[in-house]
Design a protein around this ligand. Structure first.
Ligand SMILES: Cc1cc2nc3c(=O)[nH]c(=O)nc-3n(C[C@H](O)[C@H](O)[C@H](O)COP(=O)(O)OP(=O)(O)OC[C@H]3O[C@@H](n4cnc5c(N)ncnc54)[C@H](O)[C@@H]3O)c2cc1C
Length: 414
């Protein structure tokens, strides 16, 4: 294998952003990606109706400031700026407006308590701030699993309160994953090339892959934390601080199921339905972009319990909850389209990162360079934008700039 200046490991949002930042700098850059596709947790399946089915990221969060929004304009991707279904009242089947208002009040009060607790010296689980009244607990927990991938008992208040959200959420009509994959066009990406070991004892790095070993002056690693924590890459010398930091920032789980409904015109467009308000709860997004699809969201322990290889268990659960709310005749009208299984995916092992209680500072530990040769990016390294595709983008750009500065300095000193 030919040697390069910088190897970027992983062609997800962070790796692609890093490689784009490095291009044109006069450095030889190669991206090594284990999968046979780019995008990582950004992955769009095309639908015959012409919209993209995003199995991973779907929303341009903090959309006005989001770098992917600017790239969408540049690359000719249409952006939908309509109000998200989750910010409108949900369908009233099984959840009348008055009860929805009560729930909204409980949710707002929880967020206010979380905000206040975020400034306290000691971290604590968000579940400590639940109201005494147990009425909305299951639904509050479910909302946390959709946003954070974990229930409130596992959610660090300090970490959550550092997250920055401008509350503007847009979508890419052809799919967020398609946009991110298109941004990789023209980059030197080697697919099907998992990195298995990095020897960083000498000045030149030795990067081992299943397709051979080669040398580089620097590497930018963008692996999901659960993959790094399981030591998918062996470091010599070992990097216990990095492995510990990755383990302190595990990926929570959120999965999607897409289903098609016959006679969709009878259902409202772009509305949400809660599958239940107690027990295990799925969220249904009806008819995105006016299509005949329903996007189902399942998170946390529920998604972990149901995830299987073909999505059938999640689908069966979703059909049951949907029929329970909307009538039994719906059963015969719904067909399976696609489902994700992010926890079973050995190259992700989950959906998005959260900090264990008291561990939010590990994001900075994970992000710190080693010897000006190894640089770390990926959504989990972001203090304020973790768990998002734009956080991944920003981390990739940051790591690329650190690498450029280090290589420029070392060239000047030789
Ligand atoms: C269901 C779901 C919904 C989401 N919704 C949103 C949303 O609406 N908005 C939003 O902003 N974000 C959302 N996210 C989160 C967002 O998708 C991620 O934060 C972001 O895509 C992470 O990018 P990354 O580059 O950090 O990691 P990844 O995308 O995971 O990229 C890492 C890459 O490294 C590769 N890799 C792993 N091991 C190796 C190895 N040994 N050698 C080489 N390559 C390796 C992987 O294959 C992968 O391509 C969602 C995620 C999921 C799963």
């Amino acid at each position: 294998m030919s040697d390069v200046d910088i190897v970027v490991i992983g062609a997800g949002a962070a790796g692609i952003a890093a490689a784009r930042r490095l291009s044109g700098c006069g450095l030889r850059v190669r991206v090594l990606e284990a999968r046979q596709r780019v995008g990582g947790r950004a992955w769009t399946l095309p639908d015959p109706a012409g919209i993209g089915l995003d199995l991973g990221c779907g929303w341009l969060h903090s959309a006005v400031d989001n770098e992917w929004t600017a790239l969408a304009d540049e690359l000719g991707f249409a952006i939908d700026t309509s109000q998200p279904a989750w910010s409108k009242p949900a369908l009233e089947q099984g959840f009348p407006a008055a009860r929805q208002n009560e729930f909204r009040t409980a949710l707002d009060a929880l967020f206010e308590r979380l905000d206040r607790a975020g400034h306290a010296r000691d971290d604590r689980p968000a579940a400590d701030l639940l109201p005494k009244d147990p009425r909305w607990r299951d639904l509050l927990d479910a909302v946390s699993t959709w946003i954070n991938g974990v229930e409130l008992a596992q959610l660090s208040v300090h970490d959550l309160c550092r997250y920055v959200d401008t509350d503007v959420n847009w979508r890419v009509r052809a799919g967020y994953g398609s946009l991110i994959a298109t941004a990789a066009e023209g980059l030197d990406v080697m697919l099907g090339s998992p990195v298995t070991a990095i020897d960083h004892a000498d000045r030149a790095l030795k990067i081992e892959t299943t397709r051979g070993t080669f040398a580089a002056r620097a590497a930018i690693l963008t692996l999901p934390t659960d993959v790094l924590a399981r030591e998918a890459i062996r470091f010599a010398p070992a990097l216990p601080d990095k492995i510990d930091a990755a383990a302190a920032l595990p990926l929570g789980l959120a999965d999607k199921v897409f289903m098609r409904i016959a006679g969709a015109h009878e259902l409202p467009i772009e509305r949400r339905l809660y599958g239940a308000t107690e027990g295990e709860i799925a969220s249904f997004h009806l008819r995105p972009f006016g299509s005949d699809l329903i996007e189902v969201y399942l998170g946390g322990a529920l998604a972990r319990r149901l995830e299987d290889d073909d999505g059938r268990a999640m689908f069966a659960f979703a059909v049951d909850q949907f029929a329970d709310r909307m009538g039994n005749d719906m059963r015969g009208r719904i067909s399976f389209v696609a489902a994700s299984a992010w926890a079973r995916d050995p190259l992700s092992r989950g959906s998005y990162s959260h900090a264990r209680i008291g561990m939010s500072d590990r994001r900075a530990v994970l992000a710190a360079p080693v010897d000006d040769r190894l640089f770390f990016a990926g959504e989990a390294t972001s203090r304020e934008d973790f768990s998002t595709a734009h956080g991944a983008y920003r981390s990739g750009t940051r790591a690329a700039e650190e690498a450029i500065a280090a290589l420029t300095a070392s060239r000047q000193s030789t």
